[in-house]
Design a protein around this ligand. Structure first.
Ligand SMILES: *Cc1c(COP(=O)(O)O)cnc(C)c1O
Length: 397
Protein backbone atom coordinates (compact mmCIF):
# COMPACT_ATOMS: atom_id res chain seq x y z
CA UNK A 1 0.00 0.00 0.00
CA UNK A 2 1.41 3.44 -0.87
CA UNK A 3 2.34 5.41 2.20
CA UNK A 4 0.56 8.72 1.64
CA UNK A 5 1.57 11.76 3.61
CA UNK A 6 -0.90 13.06 6.17
CA UNK A 7 0.75 16.03 7.89
CA UNK A 8 -2.59 17.40 9.02
CA UNK A 9 -2.88 14.86 11.81
CA UNK A 10 0.69 15.51 13.01
CA UNK A 11 -0.20 19.18 13.31
CA UNK A 12 -3.10 18.30 15.58
CA UNK A 13 -0.83 16.11 17.74
CA UNK A 14 1.67 18.94 18.13
CA UNK A 15 -1.03 21.48 18.99
CA UNK A 16 -2.50 19.14 21.60
CA UNK A 17 0.95 18.62 23.15
CA UNK A 18 1.40 22.39 23.30
CA UNK A 19 -1.98 22.76 25.00
CA UNK A 20 -0.83 20.19 27.57
CA UNK A 21 2.40 22.07 28.21
CA UNK A 22 0.60 25.37 28.86
CA UNK A 23 -2.15 23.87 31.10
CA UNK A 24 -4.65 24.67 28.36
CA UNK A 25 -5.72 21.14 27.52
CA UNK A 26 -9.33 20.54 28.56
CA UNK A 27 -10.51 17.30 30.11
CA UNK A 28 -13.98 16.00 30.85
CA UNK A 29 -14.53 14.64 34.31
CA UNK A 30 -16.64 11.51 34.21
CA UNK A 31 -19.54 11.45 36.69
CA UNK A 32 -21.35 8.33 37.83
CA UNK A 33 -24.32 10.01 39.48
CA UNK A 34 -26.99 12.61 38.64
CA UNK A 35 -26.38 16.34 38.91
CA UNK A 36 -26.56 17.14 42.65
CA UNK A 37 -24.37 18.73 45.35
CA UNK A 38 -22.80 15.31 46.05
CA UNK A 39 -21.38 13.77 42.87
CA UNK A 40 -19.67 10.44 42.32
CA UNK A 41 -16.57 10.74 40.16
CA UNK A 42 -13.50 8.52 39.81
CA UNK A 43 -14.88 6.24 42.50
CA UNK A 44 -15.19 9.06 45.03
CA UNK A 45 -18.00 11.18 46.37
CA UNK A 46 -17.22 14.85 45.99
CA UNK A 47 -18.98 18.05 46.95
CA UNK A 48 -19.61 19.84 43.64
CA UNK A 49 -19.84 23.58 42.99
CA UNK A 50 -19.70 23.10 39.27
CA UNK A 51 -23.20 23.02 37.77
CA UNK A 52 -25.67 25.70 36.69
CA UNK A 53 -28.48 23.85 38.43
CA UNK A 54 -29.19 26.94 40.53
CA UNK A 55 -32.51 25.81 41.96
CA UNK A 56 -31.61 22.14 42.37
CA UNK A 57 -34.25 20.98 39.86
CA UNK A 58 -32.04 18.79 37.62
CA UNK A 59 -32.85 15.70 39.65
CA UNK A 60 -36.15 16.80 41.23
CA UNK A 61 -38.45 13.80 41.84
CA UNK A 62 -41.45 15.64 40.40
CA UNK A 63 -39.59 16.28 37.15
CA UNK A 64 -38.27 12.73 36.94
CA UNK A 65 -41.88 11.61 37.31
CA UNK A 66 -42.97 14.14 34.66
CA UNK A 67 -40.35 12.73 32.28
CA UNK A 68 -41.85 9.24 32.63
CA UNK A 69 -45.40 10.60 32.23
CA UNK A 70 -44.33 12.73 29.28
CA UNK A 71 -42.75 9.75 27.52
CA UNK A 72 -45.86 7.62 28.06
CA UNK A 73 -48.08 10.39 26.68
CA UNK A 74 -45.85 11.63 23.83
CA UNK A 75 -43.20 8.97 23.13
CA UNK A 76 -39.55 9.95 23.11
CA UNK A 77 -39.00 11.74 19.80
CA UNK A 78 -40.67 14.56 17.87
CA UNK A 79 -39.91 12.80 14.58
CA UNK A 80 -39.44 15.96 12.52
CA UNK A 81 -38.75 19.67 12.65
CA UNK A 82 -41.42 22.06 13.96
CA UNK A 83 -42.41 23.29 10.51
CA UNK A 84 -42.82 19.81 9.07
CA UNK A 85 -44.70 17.64 11.58
CA UNK A 86 -42.80 17.88 14.88
CA UNK A 87 -44.76 20.70 16.53
CA UNK A 88 -47.10 19.27 19.15
CA UNK A 89 -49.68 20.77 21.49
CA UNK A 90 -47.27 20.44 24.40
CA UNK A 91 -44.63 22.55 22.60
CA UNK A 92 -47.29 25.15 21.95
CA UNK A 93 -48.41 25.07 25.60
CA UNK A 94 -44.80 25.51 26.73
CA UNK A 95 -44.36 28.53 24.46
CA UNK A 96 -47.56 30.11 25.79
CA UNK A 97 -46.51 29.50 29.40
CA UNK A 98 -43.01 30.88 28.85
CA UNK A 99 -44.39 34.02 27.20
CA UNK A 100 -46.85 34.56 30.04
CA UNK A 101 -44.16 33.90 32.66
CA UNK A 102 -41.69 36.46 31.30
CA UNK A 103 -44.40 38.95 30.34
CA UNK A 104 -43.92 38.91 26.57
CA UNK A 105 -46.48 38.50 23.78
CA UNK A 106 -44.97 35.33 22.40
CA UNK A 107 -42.11 32.86 22.68
CA UNK A 108 -40.36 30.31 20.50
CA UNK A 109 -38.73 27.18 21.97
CA UNK A 110 -35.29 25.98 20.79
CA UNK A 111 -33.39 22.76 21.54
CA UNK A 112 -30.49 24.59 23.21
CA UNK A 113 -29.43 28.10 24.14
CA UNK A 114 -26.59 27.87 21.66
CA UNK A 115 -29.08 27.26 18.87
CA UNK A 116 -31.30 30.11 20.04
CA UNK A 117 -28.35 32.48 20.02
CA UNK A 118 -27.24 31.54 16.52
CA UNK A 119 -30.86 31.98 15.37
CA UNK A 120 -31.73 35.54 16.24
CA UNK A 121 -29.04 37.76 14.72
CA UNK A 122 -28.87 36.02 11.30
CA UNK A 123 -32.68 36.28 11.09
CA UNK A 124 -32.69 40.03 11.76
CA UNK A 125 -29.45 41.36 10.31
CA UNK A 126 -27.34 41.26 7.17
CA UNK A 127 -24.24 42.77 5.61
CA UNK A 128 -25.22 46.42 6.01
CA UNK A 129 -26.02 46.08 9.67
CA UNK A 130 -24.06 46.23 12.92
CA UNK A 131 -23.99 44.28 16.17
CA UNK A 132 -22.77 45.97 19.36
CA UNK A 133 -21.64 43.37 21.86
CA UNK A 134 -20.18 43.34 25.35
CA UNK A 135 -16.65 41.90 25.29
CA UNK A 136 -17.55 39.29 27.88
CA UNK A 137 -20.65 37.99 26.11
CA UNK A 138 -21.12 34.23 25.81
CA UNK A 139 -19.42 32.51 22.86
CA UNK A 140 -22.77 31.58 21.30
CA UNK A 141 -23.64 35.28 20.94
CA UNK A 142 -20.36 35.94 19.13
CA UNK A 143 -21.08 33.03 16.80
CA UNK A 144 -24.60 34.34 16.18
CA UNK A 145 -23.24 37.76 15.28
CA UNK A 146 -20.63 36.25 12.92
CA UNK A 147 -23.26 34.12 11.18
CA UNK A 148 -25.37 37.22 10.54
CA UNK A 149 -22.53 38.76 8.46
CA UNK A 150 -23.23 42.11 10.14
CA UNK A 151 -20.27 44.16 11.36
CA UNK A 152 -19.38 43.18 14.93
CA UNK A 153 -18.28 45.92 17.32
CA UNK A 154 -17.33 44.84 20.83
CA UNK A 155 -17.33 47.32 23.71
CA UNK A 156 -15.40 46.97 26.97
CA UNK A 157 -17.32 45.07 29.62
CA UNK A 158 -20.38 47.08 30.73
CA UNK A 159 -18.82 50.32 29.38
CA UNK A 160 -21.90 52.32 28.42
CA UNK A 161 -19.90 55.37 27.30
CA UNK A 162 -17.92 53.25 24.86
CA UNK A 163 -21.16 51.76 23.57
CA UNK A 164 -22.78 55.20 23.17
CA UNK A 165 -19.75 56.38 21.16
CA UNK A 166 -19.90 53.33 18.90
CA UNK A 167 -23.62 53.82 18.29
CA UNK A 168 -23.07 57.51 17.50
CA UNK A 169 -20.36 56.65 15.00
CA UNK A 170 -22.34 53.90 13.27
CA UNK A 171 -24.00 54.37 9.90
CA UNK A 172 -25.41 50.84 9.83
CA UNK A 173 -28.95 50.37 8.55
CA UNK A 174 -30.08 48.07 11.36
CA UNK A 175 -28.44 48.03 14.77
CA UNK A 176 -28.60 45.42 17.47
CA UNK A 177 -27.14 45.63 20.97
CA UNK A 178 -26.49 42.28 22.61
CA UNK A 179 -25.53 41.42 26.16
CA UNK A 180 -25.49 38.66 28.71
CA UNK A 181 -27.88 39.77 31.48
CA UNK A 182 -25.83 37.89 34.10
CA UNK A 183 -22.28 37.34 32.82
CA UNK A 184 -21.60 33.64 32.79
CA UNK A 185 -17.99 33.70 34.02
CA UNK A 186 -18.14 36.83 36.22
CA UNK A 187 -21.63 36.68 37.73
CA UNK A 188 -22.23 40.43 37.51
CA UNK A 189 -25.31 42.00 35.92
CA UNK A 190 -25.46 44.19 32.80
CA UNK A 191 -26.78 47.78 33.16
CA UNK A 192 -30.05 46.82 31.48
CA UNK A 193 -31.96 50.14 31.96
CA UNK A 194 -29.12 52.11 30.35
CA UNK A 195 -28.81 49.56 27.55
CA UNK A 196 -32.52 49.96 26.78
CA UNK A 197 -32.17 53.76 26.81
CA UNK A 198 -29.33 53.58 24.30
CA UNK A 199 -31.28 51.13 22.16
CA UNK A 200 -34.21 53.54 22.14
CA UNK A 201 -32.04 56.57 21.30
CA UNK A 202 -30.52 54.75 18.33
CA UNK A 203 -33.57 52.76 17.24
CA UNK A 204 -31.72 49.50 17.85
CA UNK A 205 -32.83 46.06 18.92
CA UNK A 206 -31.71 44.95 22.39
CA UNK A 207 -30.99 41.22 22.66
CA UNK A 208 -30.67 40.07 26.27
CA UNK A 209 -29.27 36.60 27.05
CA UNK A 210 -30.72 35.67 30.43
CA UNK A 211 -29.26 32.16 30.66
CA UNK A 212 -28.21 32.77 34.27
CA UNK A 213 -31.00 35.10 35.43
CA UNK A 214 -34.04 33.11 34.30
CA UNK A 215 -35.48 31.25 37.28
CA UNK A 216 -33.09 32.94 39.69
CA UNK A 217 -33.68 36.71 39.57
CA UNK A 218 -36.81 38.84 39.66
CA UNK A 219 -40.22 38.14 41.18
CA UNK A 220 -40.98 34.37 41.03
CA UNK A 221 -37.74 33.96 39.09
CA UNK A 222 -39.08 35.76 36.01
CA UNK A 223 -35.55 36.86 35.18
CA UNK A 224 -33.23 39.84 34.93
CA UNK A 225 -35.57 42.05 32.90
CA UNK A 226 -38.40 41.53 35.40
CA UNK A 227 -35.93 42.27 38.22
CA UNK A 228 -35.12 45.58 36.52
CA UNK A 229 -38.81 46.25 35.72
CA UNK A 230 -38.09 46.55 32.00
CA UNK A 231 -40.41 45.85 29.11
CA UNK A 232 -40.26 47.03 25.53
CA UNK A 233 -41.06 45.75 22.06
CA UNK A 234 -37.46 46.26 21.01
CA UNK A 235 -36.21 43.83 23.68
CA UNK A 236 -35.52 40.27 22.52
CA UNK A 237 -35.22 38.00 25.52
CA UNK A 238 -33.34 34.71 25.30
CA UNK A 239 -33.59 32.33 28.23
CA UNK A 240 -32.17 28.84 28.67
CA UNK A 241 -33.92 25.86 30.21
CA UNK A 242 -30.89 23.72 31.10
CA UNK A 243 -29.70 25.88 34.00
CA UNK A 244 -32.13 27.03 36.72
CA UNK A 245 -34.94 25.13 34.95
CA UNK A 246 -32.87 21.96 35.39
CA UNK A 247 -33.71 20.32 32.06
CA UNK A 248 -32.51 21.43 28.59
CA UNK A 249 -33.58 23.77 25.83
CA UNK A 250 -34.10 27.49 25.46
CA UNK A 251 -36.57 30.08 24.29
CA UNK A 252 -36.70 33.49 22.66
CA UNK A 253 -39.49 35.81 23.77
CA UNK A 254 -40.67 39.18 22.48
CA UNK A 255 -43.38 40.77 20.41
CA UNK A 256 -45.69 38.54 18.38
CA UNK A 257 -44.31 40.00 15.14
CA UNK A 258 -40.71 39.28 16.15
CA UNK A 259 -41.50 35.68 17.09
CA UNK A 260 -43.40 35.11 13.84
CA UNK A 261 -40.38 36.49 11.93
CA UNK A 262 -37.99 34.16 13.77
CA UNK A 263 -40.29 31.23 13.00
CA UNK A 264 -39.99 32.12 9.28
CA UNK A 265 -36.28 32.90 9.20
CA UNK A 266 -34.28 31.17 11.94
CA UNK A 267 -32.23 28.44 10.32
CA UNK A 268 -31.37 26.75 13.62
CA UNK A 269 -35.11 26.55 14.33
CA UNK A 270 -36.27 25.47 10.90
CA UNK A 271 -33.60 22.92 9.96
CA UNK A 272 -33.48 20.79 13.08
CA UNK A 273 -35.63 18.15 14.71
CA UNK A 274 -37.98 19.57 17.33
CA UNK A 275 -37.19 19.09 21.00
CA UNK A 276 -38.81 15.82 22.13
CA UNK A 277 -42.37 16.67 23.21
CA UNK A 278 -41.78 14.73 26.45
CA UNK A 279 -39.15 17.34 27.30
CA UNK A 280 -41.64 20.13 26.70
CA UNK A 281 -43.92 18.31 29.14
CA UNK A 282 -41.11 18.18 31.73
CA UNK A 283 -40.37 21.86 31.14
CA UNK A 284 -43.99 22.86 31.76
CA UNK A 285 -43.66 21.15 35.15
CA UNK A 286 -40.28 22.81 35.76
CA UNK A 287 -41.81 26.20 35.03
CA UNK A 288 -44.49 25.61 37.67
CA UNK A 289 -41.78 24.65 40.18
CA UNK A 290 -39.75 27.77 39.35
CA UNK A 291 -42.75 30.03 39.83
CA UNK A 292 -43.33 28.58 43.30
CA UNK A 293 -39.68 28.40 44.39
CA UNK A 294 -39.35 31.61 46.45
CA UNK A 295 -38.05 29.49 49.34
CA UNK A 296 -35.30 28.04 47.14
CA UNK A 297 -34.35 31.50 45.84
CA UNK A 298 -34.24 32.82 49.42
CA UNK A 299 -31.98 29.94 50.48
CA UNK A 300 -29.74 30.61 47.47
CA UNK A 301 -29.35 34.26 48.52
CA UNK A 302 -28.40 33.08 52.03
CA UNK A 303 -25.74 30.77 50.53
CA UNK A 304 -24.34 33.58 48.35
CA UNK A 305 -24.00 35.85 51.41
CA UNK A 306 -22.44 32.99 53.39
CA UNK A 307 -19.88 32.33 50.63
CA UNK A 308 -18.86 35.98 50.35
CA UNK A 309 -18.61 36.34 54.14
CA UNK A 310 -16.52 33.19 54.36
CA UNK A 311 -14.17 34.57 51.69
CA UNK A 312 -13.83 38.02 53.30
CA UNK A 313 -10.07 37.63 53.85
CA UNK A 314 -9.63 36.93 50.11
CA UNK A 315 -12.10 39.56 48.97
CA UNK A 316 -9.66 40.90 46.35
CA UNK A 317 -10.07 37.61 44.44
CA UNK A 318 -13.88 37.82 44.36
CA UNK A 319 -15.85 39.64 41.68
CA UNK A 320 -18.74 42.10 42.18
CA UNK A 321 -21.40 39.39 41.95
CA UNK A 322 -24.62 38.93 43.88
CA UNK A 323 -25.63 35.95 41.79
CA UNK A 324 -24.93 32.23 42.32
CA UNK A 325 -21.89 32.59 40.01
CA UNK A 326 -19.01 33.40 42.37
CA UNK A 327 -15.65 33.34 40.60
CA UNK A 328 -12.39 33.25 42.56
CA UNK A 329 -9.74 34.77 40.34
CA UNK A 330 -6.27 33.18 40.49
CA UNK A 331 -4.75 34.60 37.28
CA UNK A 332 -2.20 32.00 36.25
CA UNK A 333 -3.49 28.94 34.35
CA UNK A 334 -1.27 26.36 36.07
CA UNK A 335 -1.90 27.77 39.56
CA UNK A 336 -5.66 27.66 38.91
CA UNK A 337 -5.50 24.05 37.79
CA UNK A 338 -3.31 23.22 40.84
CA UNK A 339 -5.77 24.72 43.30
CA UNK A 340 -8.69 22.93 41.67
CA UNK A 341 -6.67 19.67 41.94
CA UNK A 342 -5.82 20.33 45.60
CA UNK A 343 -9.48 20.97 46.39
CA UNK A 344 -10.45 17.78 44.59
CA UNK A 345 -8.00 15.91 46.84
CA UNK A 346 -10.19 17.24 49.65
CA UNK A 347 -13.30 15.99 47.82
CA UNK A 348 -14.42 19.43 46.62
CA UNK A 349 -15.04 20.04 42.94
CA UNK A 350 -14.61 23.60 41.66
CA UNK A 351 -14.08 23.98 37.89
CA UNK A 352 -10.92 25.75 36.69
CA UNK A 353 -11.84 28.16 33.91
CA UNK A 354 -9.05 29.26 31.61
CA UNK A 355 -8.66 31.28 28.42
CA UNK A 356 -10.19 31.43 25.89
CA UNK A 357 -13.34 31.09 28.02
CA UNK A 358 -12.08 34.03 30.11
CA UNK A 359 -9.55 36.77 29.21
CA UNK A 360 -5.82 35.87 29.39
CA UNK A 361 -4.35 36.21 32.87
CA UNK A 362 -7.73 35.91 34.59
CA UNK A 363 -7.98 32.14 35.04
CA UNK A 364 -10.33 31.37 37.87
CA UNK A 365 -12.29 28.87 39.83
CA UNK A 366 -15.90 29.29 38.83
CA UNK A 367 -17.84 28.49 41.96
CA UNK A 368 -21.53 28.10 41.35
CA UNK A 369 -24.00 27.76 44.16
CA UNK A 370 -27.29 25.90 44.09
CA UNK A 371 -30.32 25.98 46.32
CA UNK A 372 -29.64 22.26 46.76
CA UNK A 373 -26.44 23.07 48.70
CA UNK A 374 -26.63 23.34 52.48
CA UNK A 375 -25.12 26.13 54.52
CA UNK A 376 -22.68 23.60 56.04
CA UNK A 377 -21.51 22.58 52.55
CA UNK A 378 -20.77 26.18 51.60
CA UNK A 379 -18.86 26.64 54.88
CA UNK A 380 -16.85 23.52 54.08
CA UNK A 381 -15.99 25.09 50.71
CA UNK A 382 -14.89 28.46 52.11
CA UNK A 383 -12.74 26.80 54.80
CA UNK A 384 -10.91 24.57 52.30
CA UNK A 385 -10.61 27.31 49.69
CA UNK A 386 -9.30 29.78 52.27
CA UNK A 387 -6.50 27.36 53.24
CA UNK A 388 -5.53 26.71 49.61
CA UNK A 389 -5.45 30.42 48.81
CA UNK A 390 -3.36 31.12 51.91
CA UNK A 391 -0.76 28.53 50.85
CA UNK A 392 -0.81 30.02 47.33
CA UNK A 393 0.13 33.48 48.67
CA UNK A 394 2.96 31.91 50.72
CA UNK A 395 4.47 30.11 47.70
CA UNK A 396 4.08 33.20 45.53
CA UNK A 397 5.56 35.53 48.18
C1 LIG B 1 -25.12 28.28 28.81
C2 LIG B 1 -25.27 29.54 28.05
C3 LIG B 1 -25.79 29.55 26.77
C4 LIG B 1 -26.06 28.29 25.99
O1 LIG B 1 -27.16 27.63 26.48
P1 LIG B 1 -27.28 26.05 26.26
O2 LIG B 1 -28.72 25.76 26.48
O3 LIG B 1 -26.39 25.42 27.27
O4 LIG B 1 -26.84 25.77 24.86
C5 LIG B 1 -26.01 30.78 26.16
N1 LIG B 1 -25.71 31.93 26.79
C6 LIG B 1 -25.16 31.95 28.02
C7 LIG B 1 -24.84 33.25 28.65
C8 LIG B 1 -24.91 30.75 28.69
O5 LIG B 1 -24.34 30.77 29.89
Amino acid sequence: MPNTEFKLLDKLREALAEADASSMRRHRKLTQSPCAPQVETAGRRVLAFASNDYLGLANHPQLVEAAADGARRWGVGAGASHLVSGHSAVHEALEDELARFVGCEAALVFSTGYMANIAVMPALLGRNDEVFADRLNHASLIDGALLSRAALSRYAHNDMEALADMLDASSAQNKLIVTDAVFSMDGDIAPLPRLLELAEQHDAWLLVDDAHGFGVLGPQGRGSLAAAGLRAERIILMGTLGKAAGVAGAFVAGSRTLIEWLLQRSRSYIFTTAMPPMMAHVLLNALALIENADDRRQHLRTLIACFRDGMASHAQRLMPSNTPIQPVVIGDNAATVDIAAALLERDIWTPAIRPPTVPKGSARLRISLSAAHSLAQVEQLTAALGEQLASLSTTQG
